[in-house]
Design a protein around this ligand. Structure first.
Ligand code: MN
Ligand code: MN
Length: 316
């Protein structure tokens, strides 16, 4: 069977401010459509500990993705030339119940992965990484992880709760979801409770690259080391928008100063080309704190860049 390759609706066919707000103005599809890659929204923010609002991000990121054109002028990637890509809509989480929401997300991603589709997810807060990684473990075994964030998200509990947006990678380690020596965290910074906040992940075998190591330099060299470390098995990419400096990404819930720049974020994602990536997410955009839309615009572009480095993407 020859699969139709979908294209983003061109700005010459319909004005960019018109039409339904799917990601990149792609068709709205279901799992029956046998996609190679599906954009998925997870409108959950009941795991946030400070400013809320990430539940509104999937819609806002889709809206701000309207300017994205199919061809990557910098990397020459042409994802829509070879892969069947569309918008799979949102996960119907239960906004009144975290436990049920996590179960709903897990089951949803089990179905996406069973269909052979690579999910690129729009959070939602970072809690969503846990149920996604559980589904990834069932499909692929323990995965390597490239995690960009201001925070390690390895708290044992938050306000007494085991599941929240600051705990997913602690749970992931405990549950054997990660191949810990193939995990890298980039952009960590700010104030903490104890040195253990960044030492615990190192003790698990993670490489932790604090933001200070990234200041005022290109990350191309770092990414060569990261590639060597995470190679050798399936890799998941989890990108918390607060890894980027609040000058560029103010619309988020737990803001830390002196973060990564936007070109550094592109160097990180573009540096993953050629690796066996099995999924990715972009989390923690909070539209109520993003009056210009710039944070959601950045999130949309970072998801597009993730798309461009997936296995099977051709260049021209
Ligand atoms: Mn996070
Ligand atoms: Mn964070």
């Amino acid at each position: 069977m020859t699969k139709t390759l979908f294209q983003p609706l061109s700005g010459n066919e319909m004005p960019r401010f018109g039409g339904p707000a799917t990601f990149m103005r792609l068709p709205a599809c279901t799992l029956e459509d046998q996609l190679d890659v599906g954009f998925v929204g997870v409108p959950l923010d009941i795991g946030t500990s400070n400013r809320p609002g990430a539940r509104l991000a999937p819609r806002q990121i889709r809206d701000e993705s309207r300017m994205l054109r199919p061809y990557n002028m910098a990397t020459r990637a042409a994802p829509f030339d070879s892969l069947r890509i569309a918008d799979l809509g949102d996960v119907a989480i239960n906004t009144f119940n975290m436990e049920k929401s996590v179960a709903i997300i897990e089951a949803h991603y089990d179905r996406i992965l069973a269909a052979g589709t690579i999910p690129l997810s729009m959070g939602g807060d970072h809690t969503i990484a846990l149920p996604i990684l559980r589904a990834m473990r069932r499909k692929h075994g323990p995965v390597g992880l490239v995690h960009v964030d201001a925070h390690a998200d390895i708290n044992d509990t938050m306000f007494g709760e085991k599941i929240a947006h600051g705990t997913p990678f602690r749970r992931a380690v405990e549950e054997g979801l990660l191949d810990c020596h193939r995990v890298v965290q980039i952009g960590l910074r700010g104030t903490g409770y104890e040195a253990d906040d960044f030492d615990w992940p190192r003790q698990q075998g993670f490489r932790v690259v604090q933001a200070e190591e990234c200041w005022n330099r290109s990350l191309v060299g770092l990414m060569e080391e990261v590639r060597a470390q995470v190679a050798g098995g399936p890799i998941y990419v989890s990108f918390d928008i607060d890894g980027i400096d609040p000058a560029y990404a103010p619309g988020t819930g737990t803001v830390e100063i002196a973060g990564l720049t936007v070109p550094q974020a592109l160097e990180i994602i573009r540096g993953l080309k050629g690796l066996p990536i099995v999924g990715g997410d972009l989390v923690e955009v909070s539209p109520p704190y993003d009056p210009t839309g710039n944070t959601a615009l950045l999130g949309a572009n970072l998801l597009y860049e993730m798309l461009c480095v997936l296995p099977g993407v051709v260049s021209r």
